[in-house]
Structure formats: C-alpha cells, structure tokens
Design a protein around this ligand. Sequence first.
Ligand SMILES: Nc1ncnc2c1ncn2[C@@H]1O[C@H](COP(=O)(O)OP(=O)(O)O)[C@@H](O)[C@H]1O
Ligand SMILES: [Mg+2]
Length: 368
Amino acid sequence: MKVGVLGGGQLGRMLALAGYPLGMNFRFLDSSPEAPAEPLAEFIDGSFHDDEVLARFAGDLDVVTYEFENVPVTAARQLAQRAPVYPPPEALDVAQDRLSEKTLFRRLEIPTPRFAAIDSKEDLHAAVNDIGLPAVLKTRRLGYDGKGQRVLRSPADVDAAWTALSGAPLILEQFIAFDRELSVLAVRGRDGDVRFYPLSQNSHAGGILRVTLAPAPNVESALEQQADRHARAVLETLGYVGVLAIEFFEKDGVLLANEMAPRVHNSGHWTIEGAQTSQFENHLRAVCSLPLGDATALGRFAMFNIIGETPPIPAILKIRGVHLHLYGKQARAGRKLGHVNVRLEEGAASQEQLDAVGRLTGVMTTLA
Ligand SMILES: Nc1ncnc2c1ncn2[C@@H]1O[C@H](COP(=O)(O)OP(=O)(O)O)[C@@H](O)[C@H]1O
Ligand SMILES: [Mg+2]
C-alpha cells in the first residue's frame, strides 16, 4: 500500500511511524521543506494549488489522506479523480468553516453554543444583543490554537474585536463557562465499521492544548453515549472514512460541540501507547480498507504537549511510565515541538508522575 498524505506536519510524521510496521509506504506533499515528515518518507516540496505538483504527487498512490485541515478542497477533489481520497473532501469542506460545521451540528441535533454569522459591524451588534455577553468572535476559517479569536466580555470590547478581526468572514459564539473540555475520537472504516475511543479530557491555555487525561476521569456512561451518538451522526452523514475528532464543552452534564477535525487529533496522541490500537494506526487501517483495531484504553494516561522549548530529554525519560515523542521541529515560542505520554500508576504515585512531567513542561495538572 502506498499512502499519499497532504501535509507533512507532526500528524503526518506519526501516521508514517504507525504505518511502516503494517508494510505501508508514504509520500507527503507539503510546502515547507522543513516539515516533520520530510526525513521519514518520500517527500514533495510543493504547493497544493499547483496542478503539476498534484499530478506528480498522485502518481502511483493507492489512497490519499490528509493530516492538515486547510488543504484546499479543490486539491482534494482533483486528487479524488486519480485515487480514493479519505476522509471525503466533503468532510474537509465542512470542517474548514466554523459556520458550516456548527450548521451541520445543528442539523444533526448535536447541541452547540448559540452562534451567528457575522459579515458586518451591524451583524455583530445585532448578534451581541441576541446571544448576549460574554461571547467569542472567531474567524470562520483558518483559525487554530486559539488564533483568530477574541473574547467579548463587555460592550466596550465589541468594536475593538470587530477592528481586530474584520476583513474575514466571522462567527459570533456564546461563551460557555464550561465544567470541562472533552473530545471524542471515532474511526469509521470503508465498510462502515465504527469504533470509538474513550473520551479525552483536555486543558487549554492561551487557546493551545496543554494536557489531555484519558480516559477522561469521572465520565458516566450517559456522557460517553452522548459523545458516541454525536460522532456517529457526523460519520454517517458524511459517509466518513478515517479518524474524526469532535471537541466538546461539558456543561451541567450536556456536551456542546465546539468544533470537529477531519483527521487525527492532538487530544488523541495518548493512544500511541495508551490504546490497543493508536488513532494513527486506525486512521490508516480505515483509509486502506483494513479491519479496524480495538480502540479501548490500556490504562490511565496523560499526554503533555511540549510547547516552545524542549525540556532536557534525560530529565523526561527518568520519570516512570513516560514515552517521549519529538517532532524534529525548530524551537519557537508557542510551537508544538513534541509530547509526552505517561502511563499513570495507581494511587498517589500518579500525582507524582503528573507533577514531575508538569514541572518540565510547565503545566501542573491534577486528576480531580
Ligand atoms: N464559545 C466558547 N466558550 C468558551 N470557551 C471557548 C469558546 N470557543 C473557544 N473557547 C476556548 O478556546 C479554545 C480554542 O478554541 P477553538 O474554537 O477550539 O479553536 P481552535 O481551532 O483554535 O482550536 C477552546 O478549546 C476553548 O478552550
Ligand atoms: Mg479547538
């Protein structure tokens, strides 16, 4: 099997690392020659907008997938004429626009924060009246790691947020004072088989994911069922193939969908050592028409992102139960450089592990 991957970031690198043991080969396309997947596989340094590049990329591929959400839908559709493209370009289309994403959730009766499309300052004032404050103004497209967002807390913030973000299509969302953030990862095969990973509990700071605990502590089966029902609805409606992530806010026992990602997801990195089959392997199994693997957890895990600078490697490796994953990227403020998965021990020992990794990665966390 030769798998073509659009995007050569860390998600692509981890896909390749999961696929080689299954005898797969990879070709990546990315416009950055320093992409993390470059040292691992055949690599084309070129533009998603260049027809000649796309033709060269498609060559002898058995299947095309993507690890980058902002691949132009036109490129995915063009490639679909040469090889199967999974997840379907339709999923990419929906997930690239926060408005179409939330509109899909609403159509599928998946609860979301209240929202309104914003195309003018008048729209914004009207939506603020309707939705109330606090609220979050976001660009509909191209936002990630909290970029392209402003929280509006008082009426005085409204015009400043408009000035900061106008020029691109926007969405205003009700601000949810959530109890916590959870995400579900689900995978659907080409034969329609579906598997769900247990919910992950995610902590963000400055819009960037810092820590995931999985399986999320204190989850009743009713909550897990909401997540699985919502994920299944999206998978089936889109005829989806591959791994899908949906991020939720939990508020008073209800899951409100925040956004979805049509790809493997940072909140699923714990599955590399923490699940019977990792999200990366299951994504590849799905897109390559192979049987899906068991998605159950092998214990309690925590995943810490390494952001901005890498702590001393020996100090990390000294901690019991850790697995280090570095992406081979140049250090830069706010950049995801790697992550640490920790298999948590029983009782008080688990808090010592969390504290030890937390001190090195700069994020303290508790299991409460
Ligand atoms: N409507 C909201 N209410 C409360 N917090 C929010 C809301 N929207 C976003 N956030 C916070 O900002 C983080 C990043 O926003 P998100 O919409 O997921 O964008 P990104 O594409 O950058 O991940 C969320 O994980 C959450 O912590
Ligand atoms: Mg998000």
